[in-house]
Design a binder for this molecule. Structure first.
Ligand code: SF4
Length: 472
């Protein structure tokens, strides 16, 4: 993103649009609009039908347990004391569930090659090192894997042990994603997540010493008591540790969906102008420190694969956020995990209980979506908006022809409104560019214009409060 100043007019437009509730577009259509079903028994074969012999794919594994509730959290998780006998029984049932799910899907994946595993949660390090060795043994016994199989794992700095780190290194984990959120004491208390800087610094040092050099920090703005000064303090500490990638998410405030957010008093949350100032501060400070803006809320050091892909125009976006050009077809295992291959996307039952039950009755229907040709066109445009901050009409025309022309005729009056608001500009080469910095900060607004599943005018009015998070 360029460092052009943010004019008064830009500020006004930003404030007007950033309060709108709109989808995040990690998928198109957004999951609430998926309209198909498929059985758990058919999941493997339907997905693998899109793969060629020898084709590489990626696995997402969802570990649904945490030791303590963070009040902002919107993830699928269950809170338990990891040392309790009940927790260990549940983890054993979870591992058995993975064994069962692998047995169901693996026959369809024998022709393909597992190239990458990403483990998220919940808290992956809720499982102890021995249990991780069991999980790896299950996977490699059932699925043909690439010799240089890569792993990346999300970890909680408060509960990870040296034994975990050594085991992850032994499994071949190269990238760790650390839930950091914020370094200020007052903010940490308010979100019920205490993790001093020294704890995170120590983890970074140990991970790097074991060869896990690729570190990602997840941070959040929009938390209670965050101010310009507190974010400056957090950023100073983050920059001292210099992770390769940073995802600085805007807190999605949806207390009707995520009940623990009711612990926050609305007056303690930065909103409107205060939230905009925090976002602008984060963008400026990270870029001053040498990070490249990858799109929406992602940043990376120039030598990181994500930044290289962004410069090369090969960036892609999937359920886990921005990825490099090696975005692979995705198989999801575990409760709530999403899979996406070819034109098919499918989500496992959300809770651990429902997932385990479904594994006993494999005719259980799962929420799914088969992309239509029109979905594919709109998805291609939305992907370009997020990954290139531009819509290359000429390039898309080659693939979608008349359908693209018809769609642009339909949305042109709305695009002209966004042009007048300073979010997009038209160039001579049949390319529509998101302006810098305003349009790039409001990518979700421009994308929503192409979303056929939203009510008309949603890009100007947003969705009903509680149906989606606000844009900025
Ligand atoms: S933020 Fe992470 S560690 Fe905290 S409750 Fe949610 S999933 Fe668990």
């Amino acid at each position: 993103m360029s460092r052009r100043p943010f004019s008064l007019a830009h500020r006004e437009s930003y404030l007007r649009f950033s309060s709108l509730a709109l989808p995040r577009y990690t998928s198109y259509p957004a999951i609430p609009h998926w309209k198909d079903q498929l059985t758990l028994a058919a999941k493997g074969s339907e997905l693998a039908a899109a793969l060629e012999v020898g084709q590489a794919y990626s696995l997402y594994l969802h570990v649904p347990y945490c030791a303590k509730l963070c009040f902002y959290c919107g993830c699928q998780k269950e809170i338990m004391n990891p040392k309790s006998a009940a927790a260990q029984q549940k983890v054993e049932a979870f591992i058995q569930g993975l064994r069962d799910e692998l047995a169901l899907v693996a026959p369809a994946f024998q022709k393909a090659v597992l190239r990458h595993i990403h483990v998220g949660g919940g808290t992956p390090n809720f499982l102890n090192p021995e249990q991780w060795l069991q999980v790896k043994a299950l996977i490699v016994a059932q699925l043909p894997t690439a010799p240089d199989l890569e792993w990346s794992v999300e970890v909680d700095p408060r509960t990870i042990t040296e034994a975990h780190l050594e085991t992850f290194a032994q499994l071949g984990v190269k990238r760790l994603s650390l839930g950091v959120q914020d370094f200020e004491d007052k903010v940490q208390k308010a979100i019920n997540r205490i993790q001093p800087f020294s704890m995170v610094a120590d983890l970074c040092q140990k991970a790097r010493a074991l060869g896990m050099n690729a570190l990602n920090f997840d941070l959040i703005y929009g938390l209670p008591f965050q101010t310009r000064e507190s974010i400056e303090g957090t950023l100073e500490k983050v920059l001292a540790l210099r992770p390769d990638r940073i995802a600085y998410y805007r807190l999605a405030i949806l207390p009707d969906l995520f009940a623990a957010q009711k612990n926050f008093a609305p007056e303690d949350l930065p909103q409107g102008k205060a939230s905009m100032e925090l976002n602008l501060l984060i963008q400026r400070r990270l870029q001053d420190a040498g990070y490249e803006s990858i799109g929406l809320d992602h940043f990376a050091l120039p030598e990181d694969a994500l930044a290289i892909a962004a410069r090369a125009g090969t960036l892609q976006r999937n359920f886990q956020g921005m990825t490099t050009g090696r975005d692979l077809p995705l198989l999801g295992l575990g409760p709530s995990a999403i899979s996406s291959m070819g034109a098919v996307s499918v989500q496992n039952p959300k809770t651990t209980e429902a997932w385990l039950e479904a594994l006993q009755q494999s005719e259980t229907q799962l929420k799914a979506h088969h992309l239509t040709r029109e979905d594919r066109l709109r998805k291609a445009i939305i992907d370009q908006i997020f990954c290139r901050s531009a819509i290359d009409v000429k390039e898309l025309e080659q693939e979608f022809g008349e359908a693209l022309i018809a769609l642009f005729q339909e949305v042109l009056p709305d695009l002209r409104i966004l042009e007048a608001e300073g979010l997009v500009s038209f160039d001579r080469h049949k390319c529509i560019r998101l302006t810098e910095p305003l349009g790039r900060l409001l990518q979700r607004v421009v994308a929503s214009l192409f979303d056929a599943y939203l009510p008309r005018g949603a890009y100007l009015n947003g969705l009903e409060v509680g149906r989606a998070s606000s844009v900025g």
